[in-house]
Design a protein around this ligand. Structure first.
Ligand code: FAD
Length: 423
């Protein structure tokens, strides 16, 4: 794709382009149908809001334990010290204004046959259709990484207190310290996220603890925007980031939180700060409700995001198997709109339309330097597919002005998606 066309795409994407199904007029007066949304993250918030926008006659209840949500996106800047936690916090006031009934509770089970959702607070919520959006949970792939070890060696892969803990450890670290990151195997939330994080932490180290370095031990041999990240590591972080591929001894097998040591087989890496990001699977409630297959993720019909395991339940966001879409906030937002439109149509007895989905992932890799990957998706032969010729990567020879502009696009996207999902 020519640079000019791609630029225009990125500008449009920064505005959080909506799926083609938006703008369906509301039908008021029909018998009230009930939708329960499980999880108030990006995808759950978006689905709840857009169902209400598309058809205000539908009674939408969103169940989410937390009163405040912290976005993972741009949480890497909090770790780098250039952004405050308040700026990544969102509340549920916006959704309430759209008439979403927000219940702060935890879903403990879903009765797919009886169409009921049960909460830890003892509530039973009936539904005509349910949307499950619980994000991720962690697999037990690294020996010793459980319980207190998860506090001593924070993953910070769900933003909030883990982000604060990791930031504090970085602040307390001596100059000359080593930050060891264990990067997870595929598939996982935010494929470029670990490497953007490394860049952000390195920027902090270069400014405040220049004798320190960052070691990335990877469970993979390649990762998202690989060439662009290698270029960024050389350009901005040559003495501060070392990346070790799985085949070169990067696959972490065990940790000892007591001595802050990370092991690859018998090889020990002593860390001053350890950021362990384990392998991932769908959020625990999706597993409990029987929505996952052997992969640990939830298979869905790409047209409606309805589960292929349980009819009447739609799974959106990171928990779903929506390949080739990545597990990103932008994809989660797009999937949620697709599911919302399908739910509204199905509740009216209509056929859901053809979806069109979009994703852009920005990574801020140096001062005034961001890179991105963008793509449009649709349904081909019943399968979610990339639209040929759409999107693409930041060109490797992008000018400094364009790289600086991508940082501004990233910030603009951040404001837009927060507003679109919860506002
Ligand atoms: C460091 C980092 C950087 C990132 N940067 C970007 C980026 O720049 N761009 C981008 O597009 N994406 C980015 N992402 C990815 C993005 O954050 C996720 O893809 C996105 O949050 C997925 O949305 P979701 O709705 O599936 O899950 P979440 O946003 O995690 O929401 C899940 C919600 O479900 C709730 N929940 C879980 N279980 C239950 C239950 N039993 N009952 C009720 N509620 C429940 C949780 O409390 C949570 O609020 C990043 C991720 C990380 C970790």
């Amino acid at each position: 794709m020519a640079n000019f066309t791609r630029r225009k795409f990125i500008q449009a994407a920064g505005g959080v382009a909506a799926v083609s199904t938006l703008g369906i007029p509301a039908i008021v007066g029909a018998a009230s149908k009930k939708v329960v949304v499980v999880g108030g993250g990006v995808s759950g918030g978006t689905a709840a809001k857009y169902i209400r926008l598309m058809d205000p006659s539908i009674d939408v209840t969103l169940v989410e334990p937390n009163k405040e949500y912290y976005t993972c996106f741009l949480s890497n800047e909090v770790l780098g010290g250039t952004r405050k936690m308040e700026t990544i916090r969102v509340t549920y006031d916006g959704l309430k204004k759209h008439g979403v009934n927000v219940v702060h509770d935890t879903v403990v089970d879903i009765d797919a046959a009886g169409k009921k959702v049960m909460t830890s607070g003892g509530q039973t919520l009936d539904y005509d259709r349910c949307i499950v959006a619980p994000g991720i949970s962690f697999k037990d792939n690294i020996e010793g990484y459980k319980g207190d070890a998860m506090t001593a060696m924070p993953h910070a892969w769900k933003a909030g207190e883990q982000t604060v803990m990791l930031r504090k450890q970085l602040e307390d670290m001596k100059d000359g310290g080593v930050v060891v990151m264990a990067a997870p195997p595929n598939p996982f939330r935010c494929p470029p996220g670990p490497y953007e994080r490394a860049c952000q932490i390195s920027m902090y180290l270069q400014k405040h603890k220049p004798k320190s370095k960052m070691l990335i031990l990877d469970a993979k041999d390649k990762f998202s925007k690989f060439g662009l990240f290698q270029q960024a590591f050389k350009r901005h972080h040559p003495n501060h980031i070392e990346w070790v591929a799985a085949k070169a001894g990067g696959k972490v097998t065990r940790v000892d939180a007591g001595s802050n040591t990370v092991y690859v087989g018998d090889t020990a890496h002593k860390a001053d700060v350890a950021n362990i990001i384990p392998a991932q699977q769908a959020g625990a409630i999706a597993i409990k409700a029987g929505l996952t297959d052997d992969s640990g993720w939830c298979p869905i019909d790409g047209r409606t995001f309805e589960s292929t395991m349980h009819k009447g339940i739609h799974v959106v966001g990171d928990a779903s198997i929506a390949k080739p879409l990545p597990k990103s906030a932008y994809a989660a937002n797009s999937e949620a709109k697709t599911a919302a439109a399908a739910v509204v149509a199905l509740l009216k007895g209509e056929q859901p339309g053809d979806p069109s989905l979009v994703n852009t992932c920005y990574s801020i890799v140096g001062p005034d330097d961001a890179i991105s990957v963008a793509m449009v998706y649709d349904l081909k032969d019943g399968k979610l597919s990339k639209v040929k010729g759409s999107g693409g990567l930041t060109p490797k020879d992008n000018s400094p002005e364009m790289r600086a502009r991508e940082v501004q696009y990233a910030y603009s996207w951040f404001e837009n998606i927060k507003n679109d999902s919860w506002g």
